[in-house]
Ligand binder design. Structure first.
Ligand SMILES: Nc1ncnc2c1ncn2[C@@H]1O[C@H](COP(=O)(O)OP(=O)(O)OP(=O)(O)O)[C@@H](O)[C@H]1O
Ligand SMILES: [Mg+2]
Length: 722
């Protein structure tokens, strides 16, 4: 599974009046495609700060001390706001704890849903147009290079072909947009007609004038060569007699004629939407270049005819050119990648050396960055995250090293000076003073070097993997993917989100998130909704842009237990249906038991345990996780819950050792002296506690935890046996 998002060594602090508060202290995790990652921890552990950093909405006093957040080949910590704007809400959406605070109280729900769709729709149209133009231009160059190097005549014909692609795509999209709009109208008209028939039958038909005129308008909007065509005259007649019948029935109270009319219209529309959709892509080509009218054939035969016409006159040759271009470009860049691998490996000698010389390192970094950049194949349609972020990662890691070198000198001097003064004063006073000397903030230079090497090794391994797979590549398949990519971007810019379409989508979304009677709800204000319904609306808004990643920050804390369960179920359902990747933030481990694939347990700004849901629930390794598990309510027992004693440390002065030591009944001496590293327990599981050190005494989790694990294992076993 591919990584959707990678957080690497993220460190964030806040400027406050009493000093620098370290909210997030070097955390790393990744989020895979279609996976739910839960981040669990007590209040103040840094969960929200992490999610706000991913969304680029940190408070003004925040300082990013280091790290990376990689999404789609870019480091979100380093992109300008106008680019972030396109990602936030669009690709990465967030729902917050309190639904009321994310809704506008004086705007109708419908408008809140459609507003963003229309705005984002415009932005998307623009960026699709841009992507289409840029890629086609690059493709043209590459195609000429590999297919017509010394043949100006052929080069001209390739350029012509590219221009033509753009041209017939235009026709294709006009046709398809008109078709989509007619089909949408038909669907909506059918829904309205069935609703009206239902009301008439129940003798509850009110507001006839609006309903009937809406139905008439929608029905007439279905006339299109490929939706309602042959029946269009009949449809017109039915619509006008429906209007007459409706006003007559209002006086008489007899709706028989209205009903009959509605049924006939319904029949026509249903038949229309059941028809096969023509292949507008090839039709666009035929209509633009053949100079002939369309042959009169049933749709399936027409599609075959058009497809063949397009292939014979254009596409087969075009794809062959694309395939050659992709193969040549890939080969050229694979050779470069091979050279880069060698270079990267050699560079480790310099990066691992004891002494760093700034000019030497700078020259090396510039050279590597340039060569890596040149080794990226511009014809690839999927961004290679590791290669694209290499420059920013390497440069910032090197910066950390050299800043640390400077800072260590300054800090050591400061510390020695203050310590000497302290010692003098203490000697004079004959004992300890009422204040302490702040210890020197020394940057671990070895760690900084290791981080640099990790970046080098990461790209080396990634390139080696690509090189190893190079013979398995199928350039014919890749060429087809390129055509699809162009088609997709082209339909992106032709898909104008009109008010009508936005409304239709909003109603569908409301249905999807389980809001009953969406048509009625559409016109209401947030205060007319219950808490659970409001949270559903917030989820619908978050989904409106069809994001890849959904961040849920305590989305159920404000709700009562039964509603909470419904919302969790909804989030799970949406994840499956839309293949969303989810980051689910909560202080309650119990909430995520049935939804998380992976769990990161956070304490005092660090991830203290990280593993799959099974790892964390069945073999928890960190005493803090044990404490969370013991404080989790369990339906099976009436056992008294054990609250976690004490409070988290003040993060302006984080403890030198393990931050949890003070509250940990299993703490060892070393816990108070030195921070534990992440110990690897298995491929998927790791935890930062000295208890996992090979020399540590063996400690079992508390009884309440082991009993709970045994019980839940038994329950799970019982379930799977049916
Ligand atoms: N703008 C800010 N200025 C100063 N400190 C801040 C700021 N925002 C957050 N913090 C501090 O950062 C730390 C982490 O806060 P965060 O909001 O991430 O906690 P959390 O894990 O989400 O907790 P909760 O469960 O209460 O939401 C806390 O100590 C908090 O006080
Ligand atoms: Mg929070």
């Amino acid at each position: 599974m591919a990584n959707k998002l990678e957080v690497r060594n993220l460190r964030i602090s806040f400027r406050t009046v009493s000093g620098k508060l370290q909210a997030v202290r070097d955390i790393s995790f990744d989020l895979k495609d279609g996976e739910t990652l839960a981040i669990v921890g007590e209040s103040g552990s840094g969960k929200s700060v992490t999610s706000k950093a991913i969304l680029g909405i940190l408070a003004g006093n925040a300082i990013i001390d280091g790290g990376e957040i990689i999404y789609d080949g870019r480091d979100l910590l380093k992109i300008p706001e106008d680019e972030f704007y396109k990602i936030r809400g669009d690709k990465i959406a967030m729902i917050f704890q309190d639904p009321l605070s994310s809704l506008n109280p004086i705007m109708r729900i419908g408008k809140q849903l459609t507003e963003a769709m229309i705005l984002k729709g415009k932005a998307r149209q623009k960026s699709c147009r841009k992507a289409f133009n840029e890629y086609l231009a690059r493709l043209e160059k590459a195609m000429i290079k590999s297919n017509a190097a010394n043949d100006p005549e052929k080069a001209r014909s390739i350029s012509e072909k590219c221009k033509n692609f753009d041209k017939f795509e235009g026709t294709h999209l006009k046709l398809e947009t008109a078709y989509n709009s007619a089909v949408n109208n038909a669907n909506e008209a059918i829904a309205e007609i069935e609703n009206a028939l239902f009301l008439i039958e129940k003798n509850a038909f009110k507001d006839e004038k609006n309903i009937i005129s809406n139905i008439c308008e929608l029905s007439l909007g279905t006339v299109n060569d490929y939706v309602v065509s042959d029946d269009s005259a009949e449809l017109h007649t039915l619509v006008s007699s429906l209007k007459t019948a409706a006003s007559a029935s209002k006086k008489s109270g007899n709706y028989d004629e209205v009903t009959a009319n509605l049924n006939k219209i319904n029949e026509i529309l249903k038949a229309a939407i059941a028809k096969e959709m023509p292949n507008f892509f090839s039709m666009g080509y035929y209509l633009t270049f053949s100079g002939e009218p369309l042959p009169d054939l049933p749709v399936s035969e027409l599609n075959q005819f058009l497809r063949k016409y397009l292939d014979d006159n254009y596409m087969l040759e075009f794809i062959e050119y694309v395939e050659n271009a992709l193969r040549d470009s890939a080969k050229e860049h694979l050779v470069k990648k091979e050279a880069v691998v060698k270079e990267l490996k050699e560079s480790l000698n310099t990066f691992r050396a004891d002494v760093y010389s700034r000019p030497e390192i700078d020259t090396l970094v510039n050279k590597l960055v340039k060569d890596v950049h040149d080794s990226i194949d511009p014809m690839e349609i999927n961004r290679d995250s590791t290669a694209y972020t290499f420059e920013s990662s390497l440069r910032s890691a090197v910066e950390v090293y050299f800043n640390g070198e400077k800072q260590n000198v300054v800090e050591t001097k400061r510390y020695e000076k203050q310590k000497a003064s302290y010692d003098r004063k203490a000697a004079r006073a004959g004992g300890e003073l009422s204040w302490k000397v702040t210890p020197a903030a020394i940057v671990d230079l070895q760690l900084a070097k290791d981080n640099i090497c990790t970046i080098i090794i990461r790209l080396t391994e990634h390139y080696e993997e690509l090189l190893a797979q190079k013979d398995q590549r199928d350039y014919g398949e890749e060429a087809v993917a390129v055509i699809d990519y162009l088609k997709l971007n082209a339909s992106g810019f032709a898909n104008k989100v009109t008010r009508r379409l936005a409304k239709l989508r909003a109603l569908k979304l409301m249905e999807e998130v389980g809001i009953p009677e969406p048509r009625k709800r559409y016109r209401q204000y947030p205060f007319e909704f219950s808490g659970g319904m409001r949270q559903r609306i917030v989820i619908a808004i978050a989904l409106a842009a069809n994001p890849d990643i959904l961040i849920c920050d305590e989305p159920t804390t404000a709700l009562d237990v039964t509603i909470q369960a419904q919302i969790l179920e909804l989030i799970n359902k949406l994840k499956k249906e839309r293949n969303l990747s989810i980051i689910f933030i909560t202080h309650d481990l119990g909430v995520v038991a049935n939804m998380a694939d992976k769990i990161a347990v956070m304490y005092a700004g660090k991830i203290v345990e990280y593993g799959t849901s099974r790892d964390v629930f069945y073999s928890p390794a960190h005493p803090y996780t044990w404490a969370l598990l013991s404080s989790m309510p369990d339906l099976d027992t009436n056992e008294k819950l054990e609250a976690i004693p004490g409070t988290p440390p003040n993060m302006i002065y984080p403890p030198v050792g393990d931050a949890f030591a003070e509250r940990n009944k299993f703490a060892l001496k070393i816990d108070f002296e030195k921070q534990p590293p992440m110990f690897r327990i298995s491929d998927t599981h790791s935890a930062a506690t000295w208890l996992l050190h090979p020399d540590a005494p063996h400690v079992d989790p508390p009884k309440i935890v082991t009993e709970r694990i045994a019980r839940s294992k038994k329950n799970a076993g019982g379930d799977s046996n049916g």
